[in-house]
Design a protein around this ligand. Structure first.
Ligand SMILES: [Zn+2]
Ligand SMILES: [Zn+2]
Length: 184
């Protein structure tokens, strides 16, 4: 018998995540996305069915292997905030439901309809980075990060470059904490 088939991208074999956007009980839209921190910029997502291939550990920004640093999920603790960095207020509504109020603005190059999915990635997943990327993250060097990513994998058109810039720019606004050494 074949293994269970899952939704995956036919170009890269990575599993596809489906994100529901809207109010509880009233879904306004569904977003399909690679189950990766950053959407690939070298090919469009094309949905198929198969047995997904989990990607090997890599820098979430440029794709380099064996990332040395981890950026913990969530925004920085309140006392580390400077001006304009994100704050999160969580209200326990009971019955395992929470309301999350987030003061935060995406980078303007990130398409508005992609912001909720990226926010979930930033809130609930650790991000990994290689040495060169972590130096540029510390320097808030957005141009350098985009250039490095594009030098490792060329972009599939101008829109992909803009989205990549918006994604990295949003990451820089959100991740104001120092990284931790990655351990395998
Ligand atoms: Zn893909
Ligand atoms: Zn990197």
């Amino acid at each position: 018998m074949p293994e269970d088939l899952e939704p995956l991208c036919v170009h890269c074999g990575v599993e596809i995540a489906t994100i529901e956007i809207g109010e509880p009980g009233r879904i306004e839209s569904l977003v399909h996305r690679h189950l990766l921190r950053v959407e690939p910029w070298d090919h469009p997502l094309e949905m198929g069915l198969g047995v997904p291939t989990p990607p090997p550990p890599a820098c979430d920004l440029c794709g380099a292997p064996d990332p040395a640093w981890t950026y913990p999920r969530g925004p920085a603790p309140r006392e580390e905030h400077g001006d304009g960095t994100p704050t999160v207020e969580t209200t326990d509504l009971g019955g395992n439901e929470f309301e999350i109020a987030l003061s935060f603005e995406r980078h303007p190059d990130l398409p508005a309809d992609e912001a909720p999915a990226l926010l979930l990635e930033l809130l609930f997943h650790d991000w990994r980075a290689c040495d060169p990327c972590s130096v540029m993250i510390a320097d808030r060097n957005l141009d350098g990060l985009v250039e490095r990513a594009l030098s490792r994998r060329p972009a599939d058109g101008e829109a992909a470059i803009t989205r990549l810039r918006g994604t990295f720019g949003t990451f820089l606004r959100f991740k104001t904490r120092h990284p931790e050494p990655a351990h395998d």
